[in-house]
Design a protein around this ligand. Structure first.
Ligand code: NAP
Length: 326
């Protein structure tokens, strides 16, 4: 039975990945931060097959202990301060967890012996936010980075240190440059879920309006359930490498809002949406669109869920949750 150790198990991707790996027959260990993490109640109910292991990306000894205990074949480093807006307010914390946390995990793998015999395969959750002020469109594995947030900067460090450790110590370390991926498990702070949840609440008479930032921003949005399959596929190759994972299509925030309101039969969505500059980023990322050719050709990976279907799925989920009072 292969063994997988996942950081960020309580997040959106950690949950999808745990489900996917369990389905493939893996023994799944999930790193849980804090002495009484509130998300663990839901985790125990929904994912009884995941064994929680204490640890924190800020604490190298805890990572070493976790690896010694779990003896994994594969490590998926999904833990991060992942919300771009928060990274502007807590830039040092973001650099420490999202950036230096990657270095600590790689060092922990070397310490428990993975680097010497190349036995532990490592996946790093890199991000399209590294492209920021894009140098070319669409973005590929060779597009230069120009991050526009502390989050993007921390992810660039994480990405570069993975490449460096792979080249320096012959580690099987891969980096997935994932474009935005969403789903019913997305946190309420992220714009897709904020919109689908608000639309459900407006439809049920629980809320009057949605307050948003820049409606013109465009993103390449996919479904998280599809994207975790690409993470796994990277670690099954003969050699480690980096891959862009994206749909290759783009929609604006306005498209998201229009599609979500249409799901509850509201066409005049403008009457329910207010823009507030407080939600604008200090430095904006306008057009992110990925070229997933390499992932398609080498991993055989294709996104299955298209954006309109994704919005439909998320609105339906929020309607069900809000109808029963969560
Ligand atoms: P998420 O839902 O925000 O989950 C983040 C996870 O990181 C949570 O489980 C959180 O645990 C954990 N974490 C935070 N601080 C930690 C620390 N000090 N030590 C250990 N764990 C810590 O993020 P996601 O959407 O699943 O994304 C997974 C990864 O992919 C992240 O690295 C993200 O930056 C990256 N990524 C995501 C996207 C996307 O569109 N979703 C795109 C590109 C890259 P707590 O429960 O303790 O808070």
């Amino acid at each position: 039975m292969p063994r997988a150790f996942i950081t960020g198990i309580t997040g959106q991707d950690g949950q999808h990945l745990a489900e996917f790996l369990h389905g493939k027959g893996y023994e799944v260990f999930g790193m849980v931060k804090g002495q009484n993490n509130p998300r663990m109640v839901q985790m125990r109910d929904e994912f009884p097959y995941v064994e929680p292991v204490p640890g924190d990306l800020a604490d190298l000894p805890s990572l070493v202990k976790a690896l010694e205990y779990t003896q994994p074949d594969e490590v998926y480093n999904l833990g991060a301060i992942s919300f771009v807006a928060l990274s502007f307010n807590q830039a040092e914390l973001t650099a420490n967890i999202t950036g230096l946390g990657v270095l600590r995990m790689l060092e922990a793998i070397r310490m428990v012996g993975g680097a010497q015999n190349n036995s532990i395969r490592f996946y790093q959750a890199s991000s399209s936010e590294m492209f920021g002020k894009v140098r070319e469109t669409p973005q590929t594995e060779r597009t230069p980075f120009h991050p526009r947030s502390p989050y993007g900067c921390a992810k660039v460090f994480g990405h570069d240190i993975v490449v460096n450790y792979r080249e320096s110590y012959d580690m099987f370390a891969c980096s997935g440059i994932l474009f935005n991926h969403e789903g019913p498990r997305r946190g309420l702070e992220f714009v897709t879920r904020k919109v689908t949840n608000s639309v459900a609440r407006i439809h049920l008479g629980l809320q009057q309006e949605i307050v948003l930032g820049n409606l013109d921003s465009k993103r390449d949005w996919g479904y998280a359930g599809d994207y975790v399959k690409a993470m796994w596929a990277m670690l099954q190759q003969d050699a480690p490498d980096d891959y862009v994972v994206a749909t290759g299509t783009t929609y604006s925030i306005e498209d998201l809002v229009r599609l979500a309101f249409a799901e509850v039969g509201i066409e005049d969505w403008q009457n329910y949406v207010r823009q507030d500059p407080k939600f604008y980023r200090p430095a904006e990322v306008d057009l992110l669109i990925g070229d997933p050719t390499k992932a398609r050709e080498k991993l055989g990976w294709e996104p299955e869920v298209q954006f309109p279907e994704l919005v439909k799925m998320m609105v339906a989920n929020d309607l069900a949750l809000e109808s029963k009072g969560r």
